[in-house]
Design a protein around this ligand. Sequence first.
Ligand code: PLP
Ligand code: SF4
Length: 363
Amino acid sequence: MNKSAREGISDVDWRDWRWQMRNRIRTVEALRDWVDPTQEEAKAITELAQRFHFVITPYFASLMDAENPDCPIRKQVVPNWAERFDPAGLADPLDEVAHSPVKNVIRVYPDRIAFCVNNECALYCRYCLRKRMVGDEDWTMQKRELEVALDWIAKTPEIRDVLLTGGDPLVFSDRKLEWLLIRLREIPHVELIRLGTRLPVTLPFRVTDSLCRMLKKYHPIWLNTHFNHPSELTPEAAEACDRLLRAGIPVGNQSVLLRGVNDSTEIMQTLCEKLVRMRVRPYYVYQAQLLEGTQHFRVPIEEGITIFKEMRGRTSGFAIPQYVLDTPHGKVPLDYPFAKGREGDDFVVEAWDGAIWREPNPR
Ligand SMILES: *Cc1c(COP(=O)(O)O)cnc(C)c1O
Ligand code: SF4
């Protein structure tokens, strides 16, 4: 069924990001064009879509395995009945509301902020940290609200690095995004502008030549996207990343470690090596938060640490992302403790293969 749904759509429409946005899947019936939903999935969509939006782009739906409900693409976006049972889950595990000096700004470091400029995404990931706000009408951010946040940034000279996130800032039109970039570039202490966007993954056609021409007027701009599984690395996604890179925008990747999606050394290594071939640098892999309705996605931290320890012996250093836990105090690296500490005049380390090395380290 997957193939026939795609065949009914012209290439011009398919590659038009606005067509993709208008034709997003929001019901069990619409999903049936792409996959055979299980009874459980159908029930979860009808009953849980109220709690957290069920929306998928046709492009991302076309990457799903039509026959296999365990498909790692499908798991990320199709509601699962297991979302109902999660006694440990919290609405706001990072206490972001408390770290908000002004609406839409999250500040946990002195020098840099996450600026949630938009509450909309092209699709909604079931494990989204910002579930409490994305897709929610109450959070619809008016220009006036953005102005208030921009004023706060202008009055706070310590802020040198502004991460535009959301939601997804690339859901904005070029014009609206440019308005925001102009306003930020008017603030002399803002050195760096970063975009956090999943659109290269979920709607790569959004990354048009005209968007890239606009962005490169406001350098330095860095961009982090969010690939979780090698199946997401399609030619379309690679072209989107290439267009950004050719506009001089360094592209990094942030994944979330998810049970049944990327929780093995083999899958993580394949993902990271393929990213590097696209010249996309693996930056962070997040431990899944204690976020309500996501228990079935969580992997114990020890398992995560082992994955990245093993990768050290198997692949290029720049293909290894940093595994981090996000906390109300910022991101904390969860590296394997290769450094064991001082023994007399030596500093003792353990290599990836278990070898112990003593480096003379007199005080
Ligand atoms: C992740 C994050 C940043 C950026 O952190 P880096 O480690 O510099 O990439 C800034 N502010 C908040 C609130 C964040 O969550
Ligand atoms: S794209 Fe990012 S912000 Fe949007 S739903 Fe997915 S994880 Fe959340």
